[in-house]
Design a protein around this ligand. Structure first.
Ligand code: TYM
Length: 358
């Protein structure tokens, strides 16, 4: 059966971008057709300046919102990254396979580091190594597919490179995953700055629709969205990014096509009004379920506890195999099992594996 892994980082309140680009697909499609794991990746939230209490609060909120968006613990595994040691264990080993140059080429690193330096802050080392931890998240579970928005595609590409490199050098250990990105909604842009992604950690509140925004707040934000000069409604990402963003949001919410929808509208006002209502309707059931779940925190905690237990059992064998393959001596209690299961790995020259350690 296909295995799917994806995650969301508790660095801010979840947004419409997170929902349309990733979460909705997880709930509507992935959990029904694949063995799926969805993770609140809290270790990743420590890569930038953070308030410990806020990270804890946002992690709980993200878990509640994942369930509110329709993830069903009977169908998939929902858990918190820091509850499963295997992520950090594998991350270090993968750091020994990744290169410094590879890390510095990551777009998100370059952007976030530049922003941090411009603010006069310092850049945490973990921001540089973050994509390796993300690779560990994915590879520990042998995921075949990683459903993400457009902005994460480069990180999944790196994950593939690391998996292939590890397998070539140390024997087949990791499934090589691929990113799956939605056709529409893969990059929802900030309503006030349509050339920037709608990001939950950004400062520009009025341009970001949060999943828990009240309907009137959503309407106000969409009605005040920056649009381009011109009066006709055309779908042109390059020259009319503000308008294109609204058409894509509307298309994603209603299951339409942005180009076809552009033909339906004669004014920006009508397009904004319909887009606002479509967003309100998409968020309504999520907000209702969120309210119910907030009244039952014990339920969410139980889901996370069971999820971590299941995730641990799934990740452990692969991470143990990676430790053996790369040359780490098994602890005494594991020796008998691994001696018979793995034997020596005969690596000849560079990357020729005679006897894979599995
Ligand atoms: P994060 O928390 O920034 O975003 C979670 C998911 O939402 C998508 N997304 C968007 N999609 C469309 N438009 C937007 N404006 C938008 N903003 C966010 C993201 O692409 C993502 O799919 N590094 C990841 C978290 C992570 C992860 C992983 C993901 C850590 N380990 C392993 C997959 C597999 C991140 O920061 O996502």
């Amino acid at each position: 059966m296909t295995r799917v892994f994806s995650g969301v980082k508790p660095t801010g309140h979840l947004t419409l971008g997170n929902y349309l680009g990733a979460m909705r697909q997880w709930a509507a499609v992935d959990q029904h057709r694949a063995e799926s794991l969805f993770c609140i990746v809290d270790l990743h939230a420590l890569t930038v300046d953070h308030d410990p209490a806020r990270v804890r609060r946002l992690s709980r909120q993200a878990a509640t919102l994942l369930l509110a968006s329709g993830l069903d613990p009977e169908l998939c595994t929902v858990f918190v990254q820091s509850h499963v040691d295997e992520h950090a264990r594998l991350s270090y080993v993968l750091e020994c396979v990744a290169t410094d140059g590879e890390m510095r080429r990551m777009i998100q690193y370059k952007e976030k580091a530049a922003r941090e330096r411009a603010r006069g802050g310092s850049v945490r080392l973990s921001l540089l190594t973050y994509p390796v931890l993300m690779a560990a998240d994915i590879l520990a579970y042998g995921a075949d597919e990683v459903p993400v928005g457009d902005d994460q595609a480069q990180h999944v590409e790196l994950t593939r490179d690391l998996a292939v490199r590890f397998n070539q050098r140390y024997g087949y250990t990791f499934t090589v995953p691929r990113a799956t990105v939605p056709n529409v909604g893969a990059r929802v842009m900030n309503l006030q700055e349509p050339l920037s992604k709608m990001g939950k950690s950004d400062d520009s509140g009025p341009g970001i629709v949060y999943l828990l925004d009240e309907p009137d707040v959503v309407r106000r934000k969409v009605m005040r969205a920056v649009t381009d000069s011109g009066r006709d409604v055309v779908y042109d990402r390059e020259d009319r990014p503000g308008l294109a963003n609204l058409l894509e949001i509307l298309a994603s919410c209603t299951g339409g096509n942005p180009s076809e929808l552009s033909g339906v509208y004669e004014s920006y006002g009508a397009l904004k009004k319909d887009t606002a209502e479509a967003v309100v309707e998409v968020l309504r059931p999520v907000q209702e379920r969120h309210k119910e779940l907030c009244a039952d925190p014990g339920y969410v905690e139980g889901v996370l506890r069971d999820g971590a237990e299941r995730a641990r059992a799934m990740a452990r064998p692969t991470v143990d195999a990676a430790y053996r393959a790369i040359g780490l001596l098994p602890a005494a209690s594991d020796t008998a099992a691994s001696d018979t299961a793995a034997g020596d790995t005969g690596v000849v020259g560079s990357g020729v594996v005679l006897n894979a350690a599995r």
